[in-house]
Design a protein around this ligand. Structure first.
Ligand code: ZN
Length: 188
């Protein structure tokens, strides 16, 4: 599939999810057996860990279709970037969706500030560029969108593997925003 065909497939799957018409294909034993020798996912999704945001459902995909990396706040840290690099370099996956979502707890914590302990402070530091780029008193959901866009840029800035694939036209990075109630994925 071309990059445009992949985006169209994701949009089509999301439309089925929104309309409660999941086709639920590629989730059975024959699909499992067809994948034991390897994987060829056509898209990478960098998603938050939030239980309400499930990329495989939101895009109506089955086994082996999406390479999903999940971390609170869908941030680009060393581990999430390394995971994405694997799919780009070794599988040749052509699309990365950076999927922020409505009412994100991690972004809310970053907006509220304060000391959240060593580990969460470390994670929330990756959201701080989005805070800096937002107006004082900005709505959490606006910061979420800014965070998705800046994270897309960060992936290129911090990875020569990702940058080189983007420069060659082999890879597209698409920031997006997931609406909790409708299930709609809005590409930003
Ligand atoms: Zn979240």
């Amino acid at each position: 599939m071309t990059i445009n065909e992949i985006i169209a497939r994701l949009e089509g799957g999301n439309a089925r999810f929104v309309e409660d018409h999941l086709d639920g294909k590629l989730q059975d034993s024959s699909r499992r057996n067809s994948l034991t020798g390897g994987q060829q996912p056509y898209a990478i999704v960098l998603s938050c860990a939030d239980s309400r945001v499930v990329p495989e459902l939101a895009f109506d995909t089955g086994l082996g279709e999406l390479f999903v990396v999940r971390v609170a706040g869908n941030v680009a840290n060393t581990s999430s970037i390394a995971s994405i690099e694997y799919a780009v370099a070794h599988i040749g996956t052509k699309v990365i969706v950076v999927l922020g979502h409505e009412s994100c707890g991690a972004v809310t914590a970053a907006v509220q500030g304060g000391d959240n302990g060593y580990n969460l402070n470390h994670l929330l530091a990756h959201v701080s560029p989005a805070l800096s780029a937002s107006d004082e008193g900005a709505e959490v959901n606006d910061v979420v969108k800014t965070n998705a866009k800046l994270t897309a840029q960060e992936l290129v800035a911090r990875s020569t593997i990702i940058k080189s694939a983007v420069d060659k036209g082999d890879l597209k990075i698409a920031p997006a925003y997931y609406h909790l109630g409708t299930g709609k994925v809005e590409f930003l």
